[in-house]
Ligand binder design. Sequence first.
Ligand code: AP5
Ligand code: MG
Length: 214
Amino acid sequence: MRAVLLGPPGAGKGTQAVKLVEKYNVPQISTGDIFRKNIKEGTELGKKAQEYMNSGQLVPDELVVDLVKDRLMQDDCANGYLLDGFPRTIFQAQELDKFLAENGQKLDAVINFEVGYETLMERLTGRRICKKCGAGYHIKNIPPKVEGICDKCGGELEQRKDDTRETAENRIAVYEESTAPLIGYYTETGALKNFNAEKDHSVVFEEIVKELGE
Ligand code: AP5
Ligand code: MG
C-alpha cells in the first residue's frame, strides 16, 4: 500500500498515520518528524531546517526531496509506505512522480483531509506531544488519562514550538498558498480521495480503511 496523507496543519494526518501503519504494516514517512529529530540531535540538516519550521515556512525543496527519495529506497519501504506531510509543493509532487515511475511504483491513494479553519486552530493550539516517545494528544479531544503525562510511556507532554497561535496561522496560510494546489494536481491524476476529517478520529480511520481496503 502506497499512500499520501494530504491536508492542512492540524488536520489529523499524524493521528491517522499511527493507526494506518499498524493496520497496513508499512512505515510512516513524516518529513516533519524527520526534521524534528534532526533538530533535537543538532545535525546539519536540523540546523538548516529549524528556522523555517519555527516560523511556519516550508523547508526549501532541495533539503526535502533527496531526503525522502533516500528514505523510500530503504528495505522497509519495499512493500509500501505512508507519506505524511510530503509532497507539499507541486515540485515535490513532480519529483515523487519521477521516483515512482523510475521504480515501477504507483500511488494507491492520496488521502485528502478536509477540515475548517477554526477546527484546525483549535487542534493545533491544544495539541500535546510526548517528549519521550512522540505520542500525540489533544488537551480536550484526545486527552491523556493523567494531565501532562503520556499514557504509553509515562513521559512528560509538551507543546510543539510551531503550535503557537501566530505560527499556526502562518502555517495554514503557507498551506493554502503552496500545498493546496496539490488537490488539483492529484484530482487530475485520479488519485485524490476526499475525507471529512472534522469527524471523530475513529470514524475518520474507518472511512479511510473502507477506501483503502481491508
Ligand atoms: P509537519 O510536522 O508535517 O506538520 P503539519 O503538516 O503542519 O501538520 P501537523 O503535524 O501540525 O498536523 P497533523 O495533520 O499531523 O495533525 P495531528 O494528527 O497531529 O511539518 C512541520 C514543519 O516541517 C512544516 O511547517 C515545515 O516547516 C516542515 N516540513 C515538513 N514537511 C515538509 C515538506 N514536505 N516540505 C517542506 N517543509 C516541510 O492532529 C492535530 C491535533 O488534533 C492533535 O492534538 C490531535 O490529537 C487532534 N486530532 C487529530 N484528529 C482529530 C479528530 N478527528 N478530532 C479531534 N481532534 C483530532
Ligand atoms: Mg503531523
